[in-house]
Ligand binder design. Sequence first.
Ligand code: ZN
Length: 368
Amino acid sequence: MTETGTRYLPVSITFKRPEWRQAMHWYKNNPYFYYPYIFASPFVTGMNKTRDVDFPEAEWITADSGGFQISKLGKKVSCLDVLEWQVTKIKANVAFTVDVPAYAYQSETDNLKYYPEKDFNKYMEVSNANAWTAASKLEEYKNEGYKTQLWAVIQGGNYTDMMKWYNHLTKTYGEFPGYTFPMWSSFNPAPQQDWLSQLRFAKEIGTNFHFLGKCEPLLVAVFAKMSHKFKKFYTYDTSSAAMGLMMGKFHDPYFLSSLSYTKKNVEDQVKFDMQGHPPCDCPVCTKHTNYEMINNYYPLLLHNVYVRKRWNDYVNVLTQDDECFDDLVNKLLRMQPVYQKNKEIYKEGINNLIYEETKKSGGIEAFF
Ligand SMILES: [Zn+2]
């Protein structure tokens, strides 16, 4: 089965209060809605969680590897421990290899975004060694009947670095069935390290991808267009539905801007109530007042998940038409302050990404 399109994966999070835990389950039939896709992360979801007990109704689980937390928080977990959880406990559809973050080797700076080349090389070698170890172990799990696909992490803020990493990885092992990488931010002041450059890499490799940690409206539209154009399957996650609720963010019901308030700040609460928000007809808001929405974590989170899901569905349909896509890109570039200054550059970059021929055609068939 071949599937194209882009799919949003909300990060599974755990709350201690039982009533929140119950209502947070967008992947179970609940009073609000059912959305059967999950992004599970070992140190967020919890390595004690299993698919059969905790996510029995999930249709799709992508399991992150937690490389960042293993290094940063000094977790005593090996890449094989993580694989065991991903494959045998959570029974992930897709699991990611454990990468070792660049800062683990950075002596001069702790800024993740600017890695010296020698650090990048070490970072790449150790991460790829983990990927090969896991890939070889996965063969044993496959023989036991487990069906998880292992996708490799690729790092780098631009096309050149990512291609270097990819070549190092695949020269020894061969292709993985998919890859994932953390999206660079458009807020990054270094113009050579940019999501446009990263997406050129994804286009050229021409297989299935997961985009880590970023899903502003424009990016989701571009993912959707690329997936249809190149007939690939893309997923992306964000912790910001959860972060949104921790930081008191209520997403614009149509996900075109970001409305926010600070729960602790009474003035903000009043402002929120005075201004209201665009009427939201989602299955959560229609059951609650504004006051209830901003004072209860779970409806807020579910609203945020729902509007992202709705945006995802919308762009998957709309971007199949070139004219609609171009029109949407123009609108989003105008509406989002971060692109105001450089909208022509982004417009051209996106056009090149979507409409220019690639050097390497084909790629691997989608496996679904
Ligand atoms: Zn709503």
